[in-house]
Structures are given as C-alpha cells and as structure tokens.
Design a binder for this molecule. Structure first.
Ligand code: TRP
Length: 454
C-alpha cells in the first residue's frame, strides 16, 4: 500500500513548524516559574548545558529516525528494526503525547478564559490575594474551564484536520513571527517598569549555592518538555521533511529559537514580578495568578495600556499553546493513518474524543474531582508527572539508544551530513555521534534513576 505522503514546503517551513511546536506553554508558563523556583540565573545556565548536551542529541536522533524512514514513530521503528520489539516503543510515544495534549489543553483553555476576561475588562484584581482567588475560583469551577478546554481542543483539531501543509505549516509560519513580535513588545514594557532591575539581576547573576540534584533533573525535564522531545513529535515532523534539508541546521534553528524565546519570556515576566514586589518562587500559578494583578496595578495609571497588554499577553499564550498542541496530536494522527488505514478526518475525530475524556477529568480535578488522587496527587498532576518525569525521559533515552546503537552508522551519517564528506563535516558528525552514543544516554540514565529514587 503506498499512500502519498505529505511534506513540508521547504527547510524554513520545517524549522518554523518545529520551532512553533517547541515554543509554547513550556517557555511562557513553565520556564519562568521553574527558573523562579530553582535559582534564577544558575538554573538557566544548567538548562542551557542540558539543552546542548542532552536534549540536542535526542532531537538529532529523532530527526534521523523520522527522516530516514519517512514514517511516524511506530512505522519508523518497524521499518528500521523489522521484527523487533522496538515498534512497541512507537506505540508508547503515540500514547504519551495524547496524555500530554489532554492536560496541556486544560491550561490552553485557561488562556482562552483569561483572554475573555481581558477582552471584557472583567478582572477584579485589586490585590495579589484577589487575583489568586480569581484564578482559584475560575480553575475550580465546572463549566467555565470545561467549555474553554473543549474550545481549545476543537481549534487544534480543526488545524490538524487541514493537513500538514495547509494546516500545520501555514499556522506555524504565521505564529513564529507573531509570537516573537509580541513577546519582545511585552518584554520592553516590563523592563520599563519601576523596580524591574531586581528581576533582571535575578536572571543574570547566578547563585550556585543551592544546587541540588533536583535542580539538574528539573532543568533536564524542562529542556525535554520545551523542545517537545522524547515522545515522537520531532520524529513525526521530521518524517515530513525533504531529504535535501540539513537536519543539523533545522535542529540548531529549532533549539536556538526555543532558547531565545524562553529567555525573552523570562525577561518579560520576572522584571514585572519583581516590580510588583512578588516572590519569584510562586510555582505553576505564577502567570495566571500574579500577572493579572500586575496588569491591574498598571491599570491604576493607564487602564487602556493595562487592558491592551493583558489581551496581547493571553492571546500570545493561546497562540503559542495551539501551535504546540497540534504537534502532539499529529503524532497520533500519523500513527492511525499509517498503521490502521484511517482517513485524516477519522483519526482526528477519534483522538478528539479520547482527549476530551481524559482532559475533562484533568480539568475537573481542580474542582469536583479534587479529592480523587492517583499516587497521592490530583489527576492533572499525575498526567503531568507521569509524562514529564518518566515517559518523556524514558522515550528520549530509547531514541538516542536506537539512533546510536541500533541504526546503521552509515545511515545516521548520511542523514546528519547529507552526504558531505569534508573533514569539517566528519568532525562535526564524530562529535554528534559521540554525544548520541555515550554522553546523552549515560547522563539521562543517571538522572532518570535519581528521579525514580526520589
Ligand atoms: N514544547 C512545547 C512547549 O514548550 C510542548 C510540547 C509540544 C511537547 N509537543 C510536545 C511537550 C511533545 C512534550 C512532548 O510548550
């Protein structure tokens, strides 16, 4: 059976799609609060090291596997290692992104709710307690978050339904530039606030006194999450890349944009947090419970600017979240189309209902289902922990092992060098291959064990 496979239009389009997948809630919502909780500049330095030495090799491995086979995770594993158990890993990476997509869509839904609140000027956040209460009341109610969640999921499914080139590529090409423009505007505004300097210092002056193993495992988890690694997203997108595209450039472009965006997001959020006199270590509620207060405080002097900044901010979160969430859904769609002969529409519909069920449980776990605990945590936190701490790390580990030890070395070389054979190309390849084969798996394994033990 040969089905004509979809492709991205160009190398730049592939970078835009992957960077849009990478840039998301991970950069705007997760990165600033993680940096806030784990020591500011020191965390950022470790994060950069993890991105380069641990995450980049996984990204290259996923790219090599995906483009070599031109198939989604399950199909790629079966094609490159026929008759082995590796293909079951394909299945694992189909299930993982769907779990992520379910809880991710709940947060995506919150951004719709907050965008609506900003548009209707209905924030009442005269104090920090007030805005924390607004968030707690909103997230724990039944219908508001549920409706926003379904809306968010529907937007994603419509884009994925339109296909790789007409849906994903078009949307990603637009969002990349839109997101960068918005975050820079918000950063400039935030830096202009009185008292913002303390926030800048926090992000640039490292303090290595509180370095614990937890900081390392969190930095690694964050770099995997932010680059969409370990679940086959990058693998699937790479399977749509042309054979002439340079994988190393695509990977460097994606990781570079993602990192720059995360750092700018840090500089957009932390100075505002410090200017308002809020502690940076707030945790996950940082942007939803503290930023509306900051926006409202600005409103005392200029209500229109405050409303505008708040609308732009939540719009940006929404767009960033959508362009990431579609990349998770596409992994499952590719699997159903390739392995079970589904049409794109049938595949999207099936996944929509699956995510609807799991996501609704995650959404309700902030309200009526708050008492339902799995391994001591709420359904939402369980899905987050299970995927971020275990499944993604495990998936990433298996990808580097597959590319480094199972695949034919010459095929890996061909993919990474596009057949170039100069000394420079082979030196770079030698270094990348060393990272893929030894450094990345050993360090990830060590951190994985620490995670299991703690
Ligand atoms: N990288 C995205 C972000 O930073 C989230 C994301 C998209 C993701 N696809 C993924 C995370 C696959 C894990 C796996 O928000």
């Amino acid at each position: 059976m040969t089905v004509k496979r979809e492709t991205f239009g160009s190398q730049l389009a592939a970078v835009a799609a992957m960077a849009s997948s990478a840039i998301g809630l991970g950069n705007i919502w997760r990165f600033p609060y993680m940096a806030g909780q784990y020591g500011g500049a020191a965390f950022i330095i470790i994060y950069i090291l993890c991105s380069f030495f641990l995450a980049l090799p996984i990204m290259l491995s996923e790219m090599v596997i995906g483009r070599s086979a031109h198939l989604g995770t399950f199909g790629a594993m079966e094609k490159l290692a026929p008759g082995t158990k590796w293909k079951w890993m394909g299945l694992l990476t189909v299930v993982t992104p769907l779990i992520i997509a379910s809880f991710y869509s709940v947060v995506g839904g919150w951004s719709i709710g907050y965008l609506w609140k900003s548009l209707t000027l209905s924030f009442s956040a005269s104090s920090l307690e007030d805005s924390t209460l607004v968030f707690a009341t909103f997230s724990s109610s039944v219908w508001g978050p549920l409706i926003c969640f379904v809306l968010f999921l529907a937007i994603n499914c419509i884009i994925v339904l339109a296909g790789v080139r007409k849906g994903i590529e078009k949307f990603s090409n637009f969002t990349m530039y839109f997101l960068f423009a918005l975050i820079v505007v918000i950063m400039l505004y935030s830096l202009s606030l009185d008292g913002s300097k303390a926030g800048v210092d926090y992000l640039v002056k490292p303090d290595f006194h509180n370095l614990t193993p937890k900081v390392f495992s969190s930095a690694m988890g964050q770099s995997f999450f932010s680059l969409s690694l370990g679940v086959g997203t990058i693998l699937t997108y790479s399977s749509y890349a042309h054979d002439e595209g340079k994988l190393v450039s695509i990977a460097a472009g994606t990781a570079g944009f993602d990192l720059i965006f995360a750092v700018i997001a840090g500089f957009a959020i932390m100075p505002a947090v410090f200017a308002a006199g809020i502690s940076p270590g707030q945790g996950p509620g940082l942007i939803f419970s503290t930023l509306p207060y900051i926006f409202a405080k600005m409103g005392l002097t200029s209500p229109w600017i405050s409303a505008l900044v708040s609308i732009l901010f939540f719009l940006m979160i929404l767009v960033a979240a959508v362009s990431s969430c579609i990349s998770m859904i596409e992994v499952g769609v590719a699997y159903l189309i390739e392995q079970h002969g589904f049409t794109r529409r049938g595949a999207v519909l099936l996944l929509f209902f699956g995510m609807l069920g799991l996501g609704a449980l995650c959404s309700l776990s902030f309200g009526p289902l708050a008492d339902v605990h799995i391994f001591g945590v709420s359904i939402f936190s369980f899905c987050d922990m299970l995927t971020s701490n275990y499944l993604m790390t495990f998936g990433g580990l298996l990808f580097v092992i597959f590319a480094g030890w199972k695949m034919d070395k010459e095929e890996v070389r061909r993919q990474l060098t596009n057949g170039a054979s100069g000394t420079f190309a082979s030196r770079i390849f030698g270094f990348e291959y060393f990272l893929i084969r030894y450094v990345s798996p050993l360090v990830i394994f060590a951190i994985f064990l620490t995670n299991l033990a703690s």
